[in-house]
Ligand binder design. Structure first.
Ligand code: 5GP
Ligand code: MN
Length: 355
């Protein structure tokens, strides 16, 4: 049975895996988190890990700094199975007390899908000051390994959800996989690969997909559900592309910005503008795209690129952020106009990466 999974190479260093095994086996009350403004991989990861630990007979609670956007509602349990520490911005009462209790009562802590503790936002100090041992599973470059007791970092993988399946497999727990776990992990792999485009040529990626399908993951329906958007989101995208898209041909770049007053005009809700940054990359000859969205105290920056173009360097050096080579972001303390001007100004420095 399941012999095809023997073709999935084991990649976690044996000593790390041994430490992780002791970490899981010797604790009972787990608390799990992921990065602020959680995306599909963050939510799929925390839910998949929670469901795996529960299948092992453990107690596991997910605590997030802030609530996932409605764009992730296709992931079963995306709101009902998580406790949100910060204000939820959608009228639901704060779950801060519950979050604090879950953290303080835990005997083991798991961090997923981020490489720097600042990515926990306002929950960072509460989380880091709790003395329970901490395990990190992540696929971003350069993790802050010294902040965690065990750090399992695999930047070549498509998603943290891929790493979690491999973690389960390499611990010898593949038999615990069920439809719920496979569905959560499938959702994160889908979103972090841009619906199976990026980083998905590897045969083992497809073996993992096949393994998920054996648990009856409803691939077709999940993909369809994930494409459903509210009317306001399409109208806002239409407006942005029509009125706000700037092309800088000589540097193969494009950028758009969204102000707070435009957000209000279009009834923008959290998660609505997720993915807009990708749209200009479909334009012939465009290799780098930026999207700037004004928030109350800063500008949220999203960057995407094709090929060798390292947008993570732009995010790190100019926008207090980081990320992957082709998908990065940050928070800029200034105006939208300043953020745009900086982006345009630094483009020539990156011409050497253009194809
Ligand atoms: P997005 O543009 O979807 O918000 O973020 C894309 C990727 O960039 C994320 O997966 C994450 O790796 C990285 N990223 C986004 N915002 C930040 C940030 O504020 N700080 C850091 N370090 N990385 C970010
Ligand atoms: Mn990820």
């Amino acid at each position: 049975m399941n012999s095809f999974i023997d073709y999935i190479p084991h990649i976690i260093a044996p000593e790390l895996l041994a430490q992780a095994r002791v970490f899981i086996d010797s604790h009972h009350k787990f608390v799990i988190t992921a990065h602020i403004s959680p995306d599909g991989d963050a939510i799929g990861s925390v839910l998949g890990m929670k469901q795996y630990l529960e299948a092992k007979g453990k107690e596991a609670t997910v605590v997030l700094n802030d609530a996932p956007g409605h764009n992730l509602s296709f992931i079963p349990g995306y709101r009902s199975d998580v406790i949100v520490y910060d204000n939820q911005n959608d009228g639901t009462p704060s779950q801060r007390d519950e979050a604090i209790r879950a953290i303080q009562q835990s005997d083991a802590m798991i961090c997923l899908d981020f490489n720097a503790v600042t990515r926990m936002g306002g929950m960072k100090d509460l989380w880091m000051s709790h003395p329970a041992p901490k395990l990190l599973l992540d696929h971003h470059l350069a993790p802050e390994a010294d902040q965690f007791d065990i750090c399992i970092s695999q930047p070549k993988l498509a998603a943290t959800c891929e790493l979690i399946y491999r973690f389960i497999l390499e611990l010898g727990d593949d038999h615990l996989l069920n439809k719920q776990i496979a569905t959560s992990l499938f959702c994160g792999l889908m979103t972090d690969t841009g619906w199976f485009i990026f980083n998905s040529n590897r045969p083992d990626f497809h073996l993992i997909m096949a393994r998920f399908m054996m648990e009856d993951v409803d691939r077709e329906n999940i993909i369809k559900e994930s494409q459903v958007i509210p009317e306001r989101k399409l109208r806002l995208l239409g407006y942005l592309i029509n009125q706000k898209l700037h092309i800088v041909r000589e540097h193969k770049a494009a950028y758009m910005s969204l102000s707070l007053s435009e957000c209000r005009r279009y009834g923008h809700q959290k998660g609505d503008s997720e993915g807009y940054v990708n749209e200009p990359l479909n334009i012939e000859g465009i290799q780098v795209s930026a999207f700037f969205r004004e928030e109350k105290n800063f500008v949220k920056v999203s960057l995407r690129s094709k090929g060798e173009y390292p947008v993570n360097l732009i995010a790190e050096k100019f926008f207090n952020g980081g990320g992957h080579r082709n998908a990065a972001g940050g928070e800029f303390l200034g105006s939208l106009q300043q953020a745009e001007a900086i982006f345009v100004k630094v483009l020539p420095l990156f011409d050497k990466y253009l194809q």
